[in-house]
Design a protein around this ligand. Structure first.
Ligand SMILES: Nc1ncnc2c1ncn2[C@@H]1O[C@H](COP(=O)(O)OP(=O)(O)OP(=O)(O)O)[C@@H](O)[C@H]1O
Ligand SMILES: [Mg+2]
Length: 328
C-alpha cells in the first residue's frame, strides 16, 4: 500500500497557501515550520514563516536575530518574521491617547486615564490581539506563495480560535442592535445629529474589526487554502491529548490535513549492543507507533527521526526537511 506522503499533499493541493503545525508544547511545531519553509523555498516558492508566539523561537532556529525586524531574508525565497507584540501594543496606546486628546480637546492625558491605559496594556489579551492584528496585516498584504504560521502550543491556539468566534458573535450582536436602533431612530424621528455621527463611527469601527477577524478566522477554517498538520510523538499522553485536540479542532471546523510523527528512534538500534534503558525506550516506541497507526488510520504523513542534536541552523533544518518530504 502506498502511504500518502507530505510531499504528495503539497503537490495535490497547490492552493493551500496557509500552512500550520499544531501540537502540544515542545513537540516540534517550530522545527517543522522552519523545515517546511526550507523545503518550499528550495522548490522555488516564495515563503514567509512567521511566529504568532510571544515566546517566539524562529530567531533561535535560524540562528539570526529577526525579532521585530519585519520579514527577514534567511536564504533565497525564504523569509522569516517574529512579531513584536509590545511595539504594537505601544502603538495602540498612542492611538488611544491621541483620540482622547482630540475628542476632548485636552492638552494632556489626565493621570487616572493614563494609569488605565497602562493597566489595559498589561492584559495578556492585549498582546494576543496585537499579534492577531499583525497576522491579519501579513496575510492581507500578500506577496508570498506560502505563509507558514509558527503556532503556539495547542491550548493557546484553541483559545485563539475560540476568541475569533466569540468576538465575531459579540460584534454581530452589537452591529445588529445598532442597526435596530437606527431604524427605531428613524421611526421616532429623534434626530440628534452629532451623537448619531459618533455612533456611526463606532459602528464602522466595529464592522472593520469584524471584517479583519473574519478574514483571519476564515483562513483557519478554509479547506481550500489552509493545511493544518498535527505533530505527535510515540507516547501515551501525547497520543491521547492529540486525539482530544483533533476533536476540538473539528468543532471549530479547522480542516485537518494529517499527522506527522516526530522524534522516532531508529529501529535499527535494536540490533546493536545497546543499554537496557534505550532498549526499553525502543520497545515502548514500537508499541505506541502501532497505537498511532491504529488511532490515526491512514492520516500519518511522515515519520521524522530523533536527530543526534537539537535543530538549529540550515544544515539541521535540511535534515529534518528531508525526513519530512523525502529527498528533494
Ligand atoms: N526530530 C528531532 N530531533 C532532535 N531534536 C528535535 C527534533 N524535533 C524537535 N527537536 C528539538 O526539540 C525542541 C522543541 O522543538 P520545537 O521548538 O520545534 O517545538 P515546538 O512545538 O515549537 O515548541 P513550543 O510549543 O514551545 O513552541 C527543540 O530544541 C528542537 O530542536
Ligand atoms: Mg514553537
Amino acid at each position: 500500500m502506498v502511504r500518502i506522503s507530505l510531499a504528495n499533499i503539497f503537490e495535490q493541493y497547490p492552493d493551500r497557501h496557509y500552512i500550520m503545525f499544531g501540537g502540544k508544547g515542545g513537540l516540534g511545531k517550530t522545527t517543522f515550520s522552519a523545515a517546511t519553509a526550507y523545503y518550499l523555498a528550495k522548490k522555488g516558492k516564495r515563503v514567509l514563516v512567521f511566529s504568532v508566539d510571544p515566546q517566539a523561537s524562529l530567531s533561535d532556529i535560524f540562528k539570526k536575530d529577526i525579532f521585530g525586524k519585519g520579514p527577514t531574508e534567511i536564504m533565497p525565497n525564504l523569509y522569516a518574521q517574529e512579531i513584536d507584540a509590545d511595539r504594537r501594543v505601544k502603538e495602540y496606546q498612542e492611538e488611544i491617547r491621541k483620540k482622547i486628546l482630540e475628542m476632548y480637546g485636552m492638552e494632556k492625558i489626565p493621570e487616572e486615564i493614563e494609569s488605565y491605559i497602562q493597566a489595559a496594556a498589561a492584559e495578556p489579551a492585549m498582546e494576543e490581539s496585537a499579534i492577531f492584528d499583525e497576522v491579519v496585516d501579513i496575510v492581507v498584504k500578500g506577496g508570498y506563495d506560502y505563509y507558514i504560521y509558527d503556532l503556539v502550543p495547542l491550548g493557546h491556539a484553541l483559545y485563539y480560535l475560540s476568541m475569533a468566534s466569540v468576538y465575531d458573535e459579540w460584534i454581530d450582536k452589537i452591529t445588529s442592535l445598532r442597526q435596530q436602533m437606527r431604524e427605531y431612530d428613524q421611526v421616532a424621528a429623534v434626530i440628534r445629529r452629532d451623537k448619531e455621527l459618533d455612533e456611526d463611527a463606532i459602528l464602522n469601527e466595529l464592522l472593520y474589526i469584524k471584517d479583519r477577524i473574519n478574514k483571519s478566522s476564515n483562513i483557519l477554517t478554509d479547506k481550500q487554502k489552509t493545511a493544518f498538520f498535527f505533530v505527535v510523538t510515540a507516547e501515551e499522553m501525547i497520543i491521547n491529548d492529540t486525539l482530544k485536540a483533533g476533536e476540538l479542532f473539528a468543532k471549530f471546523d479547522v480542516p485537518l490535513s494529517g499527522y506527522i510523527v516526530n522524534r522516532v528512534l531508529p529501529a535499527s538500534l535494536k540490533e546493536q549492543n545497546i543499554p537496557e534503558y534505550l532498549r526499553n525506550r525502543l520497545t515502548m516506541q514500537e508499541h505506541y507507533l502501532k497505537v498511532i497507526d491504529e488511532v490515526f488510520k491512514g492520516q500519518i504523513l511522515a515519520f521524522v527521526s530523533e536527530m543526534e542534536r537539537d535543530i538549529t541552523g540550515l544544515t539541521m533544518i535540511e535534515k529534518i526537511a528531508k525526513n519530512m518530504f523525502g529527498d528533494f
